[in-house]
Design a protein around this ligand. Structure first.
Ligand code: NI
Ligand code: MN
Length: 217
C-alpha cells in the first residue's frame, strides 16, 4: 500500500518517509498519517523532509532510520534513531530498507551537517528517490533492485525536473511511476502533462495520487 501526503511524504506499507505534514499541499495532520506506521525513514536533513520526525517519533514511540549523521542529531534529542549509510540494508520491525545514493545536499541548518542525501528501496518493491538530480547509476538501481514502483522528484530548481525524470524512468524501468516534490511551493511549480505522456509512451503506468489517497501498489 502506498499513500501520498504531498511533497515527498509517503506511507509505504508500514514505513513513513519524510514526514513533512501538514504542508502547503496537505492539511492532514500527523495524527492521521501515523496510523499503521512502525518505522520513519528520512532521506536527508532539509526541513521539508525531516519535517515533524522528532515530534512523531517521540510521541508515538516509532524508531527512525536515517543516515549516520542525522541519526546522531536525532539521538541527542532522545529519538530512537537507527543510523545507516549508502549501500546498506536494515531490516527493522516488519520492513526492509536499503539506502541508495542521491545527488543532493543534506544540511540540517547552518551549523549542523546532515551528512549526505539518500534515497531508499523499501521492501524490495518501491524506490523513493528523495531529493535528487538525475544520475547515471539510476540504471544500476534499476538493474539490481528492479523496483516495481518509483517515486521521483519532478519539481525542478532543487531537484530534477520533468525532462530529467523521463530519462530516470527509462533508466529504472519500473511498472509504475509516481511524481513527487512538485507544486508544493511556487518555486517548484510544474506542468507535468508532457512528462506523463512521454512516460506512458514507454509503457510505464503513471499514477498521480490525490493528497491523502492510498493505493494498492
Ligand atoms: Ni532537499
Ligand atoms: Mn526537498
Amino acid at each position: 500500500m502506498i499513500c501520498w501526503y504531498g511533497h515527498a511524504c509517503f506511507k509505504i506499507d508500514r514505513v513513513l518517509v519524510d514526514p513533512f505534514v501538514p504542508n502547503p499541499l496537505c492539511n492532514i495532520g500527523y495524527e492521521e498519517v501515523v496510523k499503521g506506521v512502525e518505522v520513519i525513514a528520512v532521506t536527508h536533513g532539509h526541513s521539508d523532509h525531516l519535517g515533524n520526525t522528532v515530534e512523531i517519533s517521540k510521541r508515538y514511540n516509532i524508531p527512525v532510520v536515517s543516515n549516520h549523521e542525522i541519526s546522531v542529531y536525532l539521538g541527542k534529542q532522545g529519538v530512537a534513531a537507527e543510523g545507516m549509510n549508502i549501500g546498506g540494508t536494515i531490516e527493522i520491525k516488519n520492513s526492509k530498507l536499503t539506502m541508495v545514493k542521491a545527488e543532493h545536499s543534506s544540511d540540517i541548518d547552518e551549523n549542523t551537517s546532515g551528512g549526505v542525501a539518500a534515497g531508499y528501496i523499501i521492501n524490495d518493491r518501491v524506490y523513493h528517490a528523495g531529493d535528487t538530480g538525475l544520475f547515471g547509476d539510476m540504471k544500476l538501481i534499476g538493474e539490481i533492485y528492479s523496483p516495481k514502483v518509483v517515486l521521483l522528484p519532478v519539481g525542478g530548481r532543487y531537484t530534477m525536473g520533468p525532462e530529467e525524470a523521463v530519462k530516470a524512468v527509462e533508466y529504472l524501468n519500473p511498472k509504475v511511476f509516481i511524481p513527487m516534490h512538485y507544486n508544493t511551493f511556487p518555486l517548484i511549480e510544474q506542468d507535468i502533462s508532457g512528462l506523463v505522456k512521454k512516460v506512458e509512451e514507454m509503457g510505464v503506468k503513471v499514477v498521480v495520487p490525490k493528497v491523502g489517497e492510498c493505493l494498492d501498489l
